[in-house]
Design a protein around this ligand. Structure first.
Ligand code: ADP
Length: 479
């Protein structure tokens, strides 16, 4: 990895405002080649307690700054991230595997949250309420929740953490974050730039760790932590909820999905194919908003599959740092095994392989399209998190809404149709936090990202995103 600024490749933990090396190290590998990239500080539960204590001490001073003062630091941080986007993208591709162009896109996407919440820091408005008695005046102010603990996954090593750090810091919270052990380098690089931007010591800690369980328990049981913000699997979300129950820990959860992608007979077929590829194969299918089930109406079903299979077969698979690569490796052998298991299960139950279906080498897998899908197949219920596009046939609008909603998840959904009445009916009928209509890409910092049902609690981005880090305080004044 060649960087313009080697200082961005930080392998120490950012603990309580200092760069700290630990005796234990975790190893970070290039998923495209399996080679060792770096040995990184491996923080313990005790380190987490130290970081939380420092955050608790630093938070009131940070909250006492004006919104504009916090905004200025966040704004400088944003500018530094953008100025160093090439290096940050190189680090991201090296540790996570996604194609460089996607990595660069993720860096700018993550930066957009820092910019957005820098702006929002100045707009944490209160309200006055007309009194309920003649001598009463009612006020509402919004205050930071306090110390936030964040846990983030490997699939967006920059953006998932930026989406939490930015609103928390803008609101006046201090934050202690544990990135995924597979991809700590992007998070540490962000902290290098936050420090350069002038973030006060102790307000932010980044703790790489292989002890996810131990840090998770510390975050839930340490009374100094006011809130936990987690992005990852629904299962770990459940564990955190259970562990946090004793202290009624506030939680924001961005969990798994099982996104339906619905194509009606009247859709623009080529646009639907392109949207499907964008939604399904971004990050090799490893995003929580990736399409998991494709529903094609019977009138266009065959034509849609033929065109989709052709376009998918043309996708270029290769290491993320090689020019022209569109699909990188899967993150681990276990991730690849899950894709293979979903394909084997579907084929055993009658699915037809239209393209792909085999591994290439290492954790590279050929992008795959399956036809003849039925609801009893595993992929109908479980997120594959890989480059597998299974196509179900449907007849009616009511039938497909029922099928799409027949899951405990409710994160992203997609629908292609040119009928305006249907757009509204289907959009309202889908039990999902987000609906892409004639588009496969929905993520932006200006909109509220989040799920319903077992896909999560809370929203990231938009003017609503800062609410997850604020409490309302109401004052009743007798005059
Ligand atoms: P994924 O399948 O994306 O790895 P996980 O939910 O397992 O999803 O991981 C997301 C994040 O949660 C990672 O940072 C991981 O280390 C962390 N994690 C995993 N298990 C636990 C746990 N029991 N408590 C707290 N964090 C955990």
């Amino acid at each position: 990895m060649r960087l313009n600024d080697p200082g961005l490749l930080e392998t120490r933990a950012y603990l309580a405002g200092a760069w700290v090396q630990t005796s234990a190290r975790l190893t970070v590998h290039d998923p495209a080649r399996g080679t060792l990239l770096a040995e990184v500080a491996d923080c313990s539960r005790t380190d987490a307690a130290t970081a939380i204590a420092a955050a608790k001490a630093a938070q009131p001073g940070w909250a006492a700054l004006t919104g504009k003062e916090r905004a200025a630091i966040l704004r400088r941080w944003h500018d530094l991230v953008v100025a160093n986007a090439d290096d940050l993208a190189a680090i991201l591709t090296a540790e996570m595997g996604k194609p460089l162009a996607e990595a660069r896109g993720e860096i700018l996407y993550g930066a957009s949250y820092i910019e957005w919440f820098a702006e929002e820091a100045k707009r944490v408005y209160g309200e006055t309420i007309p009194g309920h008695q003649r001598d009463k005046r009612l006020l509402v102010i919004r205050q930071p929740v306090g110390v936030v603990a964040a846990i983030t996954p490997w699939n967006f090593p920059n953006a998932m953490i930026a989406r939490k750090l930015a609103p928390a810091l803008a609101a006046g919270c201090a934050i202690v974050a544990k990135p995924a052990a597979e991809t700590p380098l992007s998070a540490l690089a962000l902290a290098v730039l936050a420090e350069r931007a002038g973030l006060p010591a102790g307000v932010l800690s980044i703790l790489p760790s292989t002890d996810a369980v131990g840090l998770g328990i510390e975050f839930c049981e340490n009374p100094k932590v006011a809130k936990i913000s987690f992005t990852g699997s629904t299962n770990v979300g459940r564990i955190l909820m259970r562990q946090g129950a004793a202290q009624i820990k506030k939680l924001s959860l961005e969990l798994g999905g099982n996104a339906p992608f619905i194509v009606f007979d009247d859709a623009d077929l080529e646009a639907a194919v392109q949207g499907c590829i964008a939604s399904k194969f971004r990050n090799a299918g490893q995003t929580c908003v990736c399409t998991n089930r494709i529903y094609a109406q019977s009138g266009i079903h065959d034509a849609f599959i033929a065109r989709l299979a052709e376009a998918v077969a043309a996708l270029r698979v290769g290491p993320g740092d090689e020019a022209g690569s569109e699909i990188g490796p899967l993150i681990t052998p276990a991730a690849l095994a899950k894709v293979e298991a979903h394909i084997a299960d579907a084929c055993a139950k009658g699915a037809r392989l239209m393209t792909g279906g085999t591994r290439i080498e290492g954790t590279f897998f050929r992008p795959t399209v399956l036809a003849g899908m039925t609801p009893d197949m595993t992929v109908a219920r479980e997120e594959t998190f890989g480059p597998l596009a299974p196509v179900f046939r449907f007849q009616t609008e009511a039938e497909v809404i029922d099928a799409a909603n027949d899951t405990e998840f409710g994160l992203a959904s997609y629908v292609y149709t040119r009928d305006m009445g249907r757009v509204w009916r289907v959009m309202e009928g889908l039990e999902y936090g987000m609906v892409g209509i004639n588009t496969g890409l929905i993520s932006t910092e200006v909109a509220p990202f989040g799920g319903v049902k077992q896909s999560g609690i809370g929203r990231e981005g938009s003017r609503h995103g800062i609410e997850d880090y604020l409490e309302l305080k109401y004052a009743c004044l007798s005059v």
